[in-house]
Structures are given as structure tokens and as C-alpha cells.
Write a protein that binds this ligand. Sequence first.
Ligand code: X8Z
Ligand code: ZN
Length: 603
Amino acid sequence: MFQTTKMVAALMAIAFMGQSHFALASTKKALPSVAEAEKFIQTSEARLDKLGLSAQRAAWVYETHITDDTEAIAAQANEAALAASGEIAIAARRFNHVKLSADSQRKLKLLQLSLSLSDDQDREDYTRLSVQMNGAYGKGKYCRTPGDESSCLNLGQLEAILAKSRNPAEMKDAWLGWHQQSANYKESYAKYVEVSNKGARGMGFADTGALWRSQYDMPPEAFAAETERLWQQVKPLYDSLHQYVRLKLQQTYGKNEVPDAGPIPAHLFGNMWSQSWENLYPIVKPQATTASVDITDTLKQKQVDAKGMVRYAENFYTSLGMETLPKSFWEKSQLTKPRDREVVCHASAWDLDNLMDVRIKMCINPTTEDFLVIHHELGHIYYDLAYRKQPLLFKGGANDGFHEAIGDTVALSVTPNYLHQLGLLEQVPDPSQDVGVLLDRALQKVAFLPFAYLVDQWRWKVYAGEVKPKDYDKVWWELREKYQAVKRPAAAQDNGFDAGAKYHVASDTPYSRYFIATILQFQLHRALCREAGYVGPLNRCSIYQNKAAGKKFQAMLEMGASRPWNEALKAVSGEDQLDASAILDYFAPLKVWLDAQNKVLMQ
Ligand code: X8Z
Ligand code: ZN
């Protein structure tokens, strides 16, 4: 039951919480029987399944066809699901002291990881605002000449400018243009935060941020400490990459644009959020590198269409022994951007009926980036399919970071060698060129770490009431400067809402999951390569066609959310803690190289 829309968060938590930190409400009445508790769980699962399906269907239609009517229908269906999940969450407390099986206890707690809004108006506001913001993001445009439709650019077009242009003024214009539109829903967001907090408090959480942090089988404070520990582990690697990229950007754009020290303007990284820098590869690649890792031109030459791109990814999963995608996946997915209507283009994976009706929604272009994103999305889909035999409450990832890590783990096996095998890369780079391949990967993964960490640093503060709407942008940029060392390309706008220019803020999707996933995918990759009997540098390992690795992976996927995530990790890797040593090992040769380059370039 994984969906990337935020409706889910309200409907039900995917992951799970620990035993000790949750204040279990006691009841003064006689303890209900085990049979009553089991019955309650069963009926609740059935009810949530049914309402979840309606809400998902309505959300699907809305996001693939945004109109006022579909917006109203989606909000209504979501409201009904929210009402039920809130009611069930409260009712579940009655059974907290009943001696139940481990499975039933876990389910009971999962049911209580939910918002509970008892007031009709609150529920209506919550769902209306959330649906509206999601749609506003989807429809967002920047019109160079206000009022002139032909001068308007959508997010995809603005992103393409940042990816390809080398003209700072043009990039700045695209960056600022996109960051204007989110101001339109700043007020809605502030109101939404208030209502959401009411719902979290209704379930005994300090605020919605605390509810989010409670989904990792540990107390919320422990989760915050855990993410900080991991960030400190990887920070030196990020710092080396950032410094190297600074020096290369200086060579390209000069010191007027790129300062010697301090944060670098955010529009120069080839990405709207400076979250992933692979578009800078042509500028920053090692001088001696001749081999390309970019398959965009080949995909275009070969005229691989959206379906063809998805087929490549499916083929990877089936090569591991996993099933082919159901026929309905191909019939019902949205793979390209429709020309005749507004849609939410941000890629997402959907599990409509918790059985076989799985779909992805994407606006696929034939690029290396989208090739990898498809592997990511199919990771969600193969997880959904693998746990479909679990009871409803366990149809989820071991935690949300696992859900995000599956497809990325597979994509780590998309090596130059593998691409060559598929006929998508003419030449396999010689091992002496590995540093270029590693740099390309680091621009995607290492560059992403501080962004993945800070989005929820900001949101946790907003939900905790530490940051009020008037300071949204101030604190957002403090965090971006502190962690990413990037800065706003121009002074802040009055009453702006730059955080809202990111999909996951507008759609209220938690973001720590991606930070966890980035650490975890290297751990999983290392473990699966070991299972495949691979010995050698991790960047050259691909588990393609390896059935032993596939079997191990599938066994973990089938567990879904039935056990604490540590056990799922152990099933694959023998490890039971998140550990950044895998990502550090993977990039160790690059770190040495970057530090040496930085020394030379600084002279
Ligand atoms: O949102 C996504 C996926 C869907 S879950 C496309 N990602 C994050 C983002 O785009 O910001 C994948 C990486 C991070
Ligand atoms: Zn995802």
C-alpha cells in the first residue's frame, strides 16, 4: 500500500514505531478480549482497504487530469479515508493493553500512527488544501511576459534550461521564474500545517514532525540523532566534492559568479534544487576521461520511446527472477506528458488496489536521468507486488526509506558494462577511467545527501512552530547555506515560499526517507554483490541476471512492513543498523582523487 502522494500519510503510516516511546492511552473500562481486538483489526483493515482504493483512484484521476471537478472528487474521497483512519486510530487505543500476538500488536500500533481530526471543518480544510497545493505545483508555470500564454514555461522546460544552458543569466531567470510560483500557495501551506498539527496532537504526538519521526521503530528523538550521525559520517565526502565542483565552476563561469569561499549560487548546478549535479558532468569530468557514461544521445538515436525505456528497467528486475509487470500496468500507467491537459509530472509509483493494479505516472523523456528514475519507480512497484500477500497493514516498506532505496539499489547495478551489454553504450570505459564513472555517480548521490537531510530539518522546525510563515524563506536559506553551501541567486522575494518550489513540500511528502535511502542503497548493493559472489570494486559490480542476489532481495521485499526494518536489513545483509561505510567505501577512490585535485587546483 505504497503511494507517493501525501494522502497516504494521512490514511495510514507505512512504517512502524518502537515499543517504548509511545504513550499508550489506558482505559478505565474492563480490558477487551483478544477476540474483540482481533476482530477490530480485521474490520479496520477491510474498511481502510476499501476507502484507500477509492481515495487512490480519485487521486490518480486528479493527478493525471487536473480540473476543478477532479480536485473536488479527490478531496472528497481523501476526506472519507481520513475520517475513517482517524476514527480507527482513536478506537484502536482501547486494545493497547490486551495481550496480543506480535503481529497484532504491530498492526495496532500502525493503526495509531495516523492523524486524527475529529472536526469536520478541519478534515475538509486539510484535504482541500493538500489537494489544491499538489495541483498548483503540477500546473505551475513561469511566464516571461505576464499574460502572454506563449511566453510561459512549465517545470520540465525550466529544468531543461538549467540542465543544458551554460548562460548564467538564462539559468538565473529560469530559477527565479520557478521560485515565484510557490508564493501563490504559501498561505495555504501555513494553514495546512496548523490543521495537520491538530491531527497529530489528536493522536498524542507533539506535532506532525514528531509523528513522521516516529515511523522508524525507535523513539522520534533517536531517529533525529541517527540521521545527524549519518550526515556527520558523509559530510567530509560532500565537502571534497563541493570544493572540487566550486573550482570547476569557477573555471567555467569566473569568480564573479562563483566565489572563492562561502555558498555558491543555486542556479549553477544544473538542477532546480541543486539536489543532483550530474548535468555538470561535462564541465567537471576528469581531463583524461574520454569514455562517456551518458546514454541520452543513444536513446534518441535508437528512438527508444517511453515504453521501451520502461521495458529496459523491467528486464533488469526479471533478470533477477522477479515477475513480469502485469498487463494492466502497461494499459493504465501514464508514461508521457499528455498534450491536452494539466497533470502532475513529478514521477510516482501507485498501488491502487494493494494487489495487481500497479502503475507509474511519469513524463518520460529519453535521457540518462529518466532511465535511472524509471528503475527507481519500478523499485516501488516490485516492492508493492512482492508484499501483496501480506495483510493490509503490512503492505508497506520496512520503512519509507526502504521503499525509496529498492529501485536505486538496482540502478547502482546499471554500470557502464551493463549498458554496453544492452547496446546502449558503445565503449566500456577502461578501469583506468573509473574515477570519471565514480564522479558521475557522486554528482547524483553524494551531492544529494545534504539536500535530502535539510528538507525535513526545515519541515520539522515548521511543524514544531519554531519557524513561523514570515521566516519560512529565511530559515530555508540558512539551512541550504549550512548544509549544501548553496545560496539564493538573488535577494529573497517579499512573502516568498522557496521551500514550496519543491514537490515534496507542496505535496507534503516526508523527505528524510530519501536521505535514509541514499545511505541504505549502498549497503544493500554491497550485500547483494557479496551474495552474487562478486569480488572487486563496488562501482563495477552489477547483479544483473544474478538469481541468488535476486532471491535474497525478493525475500526481503516480501516481508513488507511485517517486521521492524532492522530485521529486513538483516535478512539481506546480516547487518541491522544503517551504516554509511558502504557509501564511503564505494567512493573511497574518488575521495582520494578529489582531495588531490583540490590541492592542485587551489595552487
Ligand atoms: O521524488 C522522487 C521520486 C519519486 S518517489 C522520483 N525522488 C526524490 C526527488 O525527486 O526529489 C527520487 C530522488 C529524490
Ligand atoms: Zn520514490
